[in-house]
Each structure stands twice: as structure tokens, then as C-alpha cells.
Ligand binder design. Sequence first.
Ligand code: HAM
Length: 420
Amino acid sequence: MFRRIPGTKDILPTEVSVWQQVEVIARAQFKLYNYREIHTPIVEEEALFNRSLGNSAEIVQKQMFLIRREQDAFALRPEATASVVRAYIENSLDKSEGFIKLFYMGPMFRYERPQKGRLRQFHHVGCEVIGSYEPAVDIEVISLADSLLKALSINGYAIQLNSLGCQRDREVFNADLSSRLREQLPRLCQDCQARFEHNILRILDCKQESCKNIIAGLKINLDHLCGDCSAHFNAVTQGLRDIGITFRINPLLVRGLDYYTRTVFEINHPQLGAQDAIGAGGRYDNLVKQLQGPDTGAMGFAFGVERLLLATTLAPQATAPKVVYVISLGEAAKKESSSLLARLRLAGICCDTDYENKSLKGALRKANDLEAGYVVIIGDDELQKGVVMLKDMATGEQKEVSRDNIVTVLQNPKLITHNS
Ligand code: HAM
């Protein structure tokens, strides 16, 4: 027997309704903020991600699903920001639209060690705003993330906020961090010793107690930001306070992707255990230019849908219309039943029938399991009289309805008591 790859999931029919609710609610929220949906390919050139996320990013180093064919090197997308920026530039949206607000939903792939909330194929609901450096955009994006969570019936989350500053601030900060950590290097964990060389900022969010203590001793704050970046961050925090969004500034919040500049944020939920980030995002003011687009600012976020589902109180809903179940007894009735099914579907009535040659009793049991609203029974008697037997599954009442009238009657159940 084949089994699914660890870290991937089947979303079974019983679970799909919650997924659909997340999609419907998310689309409504994005629409409220006037964002438009974009779909990009699941597979892209590997180099797009290397260039965007950075060669030292853990995703690029260890987690890419790579496909190599002859000269080509492709990757299943580990995230969508790089793809959306690629699409923005490739389709000249910078020229036709300039400033643009986009959202997306879909599967992402990271070759991680699977655990609760950490999958190899997971789903993002996210957005990207391209074409502005304004702090008002940061405020809108974070407020949208907050209202999306509320709309999804998720409570008890915490928003952490930080500014990584501009490229120059990062260089100065990295150099300072390097000189302050150099003496402590032997006391850092193995991973952080490697990070010291390639990705020093990531040492700040190491989960090892010993590293955490060393970092706490450095008393890191936001003093290293230049005047412009500091003003930008103050405008963002003030704007968020003005619209009543609660957040905590965490100067140790760094993100695993190289493209971030200035504002970064992460949203955590206590119900999720070790993988407690339900979503994250930030500004990436250098990425569009870096991918050969115009020099323009951008900001976005992505939520992990599987993690949203661990935190939500949304319950599966029976949203499907009640099915009309057609039971035919005998070969001649089968023909009549298939033409009735076609007429019902043409009229937009959800219907089904038995394809397993069940007895009347078995077929009725099936109709019951399907929670059918009505059952239509066609046997030799009914065929001869030009009628069908209509059974209301809620009341158990049965009555004959003429074959010509059955579609109209099922379209207007009120007619059932008067019309037969
Ligand atoms: P990210 O933090 O890598 O950011 O992913 C965003 C969210 O995706 C995480 O907070 C988490 O909820 C979910 N996630 C990540 N990896 C996994 C996994 N292996 N299994 C399940 N869920 C996962 C980004 O991807 C950025 N593109 C976000 C962004 C958009 N920044 C700016 N614009």
C-alpha cells in the first residue's frame, strides 16, 4: 500500500468545509481592504528563491524541493513573496499599475522535519503590497492580518514587532554583533557557531537556553537604527496604537529570510506548541530592485493555514444543499431515473442515485446516511402511471407526484402538499 509522504496531508471531505470557510472569510477580508487575488505557478526557477531569500537562509540551504531536468533547476515554491515580485516585474505591473495590493492562497513546500504544525506541504494565505515605502502601508498590512485573525474566530494571539532597519543599519548592526559575540563564540551552540559566519542575525532567535542567556546579556535594543528607519518605525507603532492594535516590540525578532528590511512582525498563538507562529511578514524594500524591477518599497505577510486551523474555533459546517436521492427499481426505471437526474441537475437541484444496485431498503438507508432532503422512488407501478413516489425524509411522508411536475415541485417544496 502506498502512503503519503511524511509531512503531507490528505484533506478529506469531512475537513474540506473548514478549509472552504477559511478561504471565503479570507477573500472577504482581502476584498474589504481592496486587495486583488493573484495565482502564480507552484514551480519556479530555483535561482529565484536563492536570490530572494538569500543563500544563507535555512530554507535555501536545507529545505528546498528541487527538480533538476537536463540544464534546468526548478524548485517547488517554499513561499510566495518571491514569486509575486517576479510576476509583478515580468508582467510589467510596475508600469501598468505601479502601486498594487495583491493576495494569494495555495500550497508551499519545504523539506522540513515534520512535527505538529510543521509540514512539508502546507498552505499560505498571504498578501503583498508593492510600490510604496509609506509607513501607512505597514499599518494597513498589520491591521489586515489582525482583522483576518478576528474574522477567522482566532483569539489569544500575540503580535511581535521589530525593525531590522535599512541595508546600512544591518551592516553596522551585524558588525557590532560580530565583535560583541566573538569572545563568546565557544559558548554558543553548534548551530549558532555556524550562523556566526553566515547569518549572524539568526543567533538572536536561537531557542537554546545557553544562547538565549548570552543574547540577553547583550541588551539589544533599537538604538542602531538610523534616523529615517527610526522615524519609520515610530510612525508604524504610533499608527497601530491609534487604531487599537495591541503588539509587543521585540528587538530580538529577526526573520529567516534575507529580503526583509525595516518592519518585521510575527504572530504567535499559545495553543500551537513549539511551532507557535501562525503568521509573519514584513517589509522588503530591496527585493523588487534586486530582481531587476524598479526601486520601490513593498510589504506583506503570510499565514500558515494548517496553523490557523489549529487555533480557530470555526467548526465544520454542512453548507452543501440537501441532496434529492433517486431510487430506481428495475431496468426500465433506471432509464427514467437517469433522465430525471439530468432534468433535476439542469434545474440546479442537487441530486444523486444508487450505483451499487442496492435493495430499496439499502438505498433508503444510503439516502438517510447522505441526509437527503427527499427521496424519489421509481418502480414499475410508477412508470406505468407516469408518476414518481416522493418521500420527504424529514417527516417520512410519501406521495405520488406526476413525472412532468416533479422538477417544479422539488424547486418549490411548498407545492408538495398541494400538488401531486
Ligand atoms: P514564513 O514565516 O516563512 O514567511 O511563513 C509564514 C507562515 O507560514 C509561518 O508563520 C507559519 O505559520 C507557516 N509555515 C511556515 N513553514 C511551515 C511549515 N513547514 N509547515 C506549516 N506551516 C508553515 C514567509 O513565507 C513570507 N513569505 C511571509 C511574507 C509575505 N513576508 C512578506 N510577505
